[in-house]
Write a new protein. Sequence first.
Length: 135
Amino acid sequence: MASLFDAIVRQNLAVLARGLDLAADGRAGRRPDGLPPAVRDAWRHHIGAMWRERRVPLPPGVTMEDAVSAPPMAEYYGAIGAIEWGSGEPGEVGRFAGLTQLADYLHDGRRSERQRSAARALVASTTELDEFRAQ
């Protein structure tokens, strides 16, 4: 799990920072218990390393625990974002249509969906492949 948390934090930092320095101002919130301890520790480790490497000092009186904390209800932010995203869709989108349709989609629907959205194959037949090889 530590390796997974490490990878998640590194990826998040790469996306958040985009080559810039993240501010070390301690305004991230005051509930470090909002993250699992191992994730919180990985954030503190990697952000601390980034700040040391880039010579970004913590403001006076701000500890690493203050600088890397989670706001209240942070564990619900992903779900809240999904609700916000989905609130603009028509009501029938995403509505559960029953186990039969779900099974049909899982068995056939995903394959046909991929076939519709996939790029054309490089060759459509063995004849085309043989012609390509001959060239």
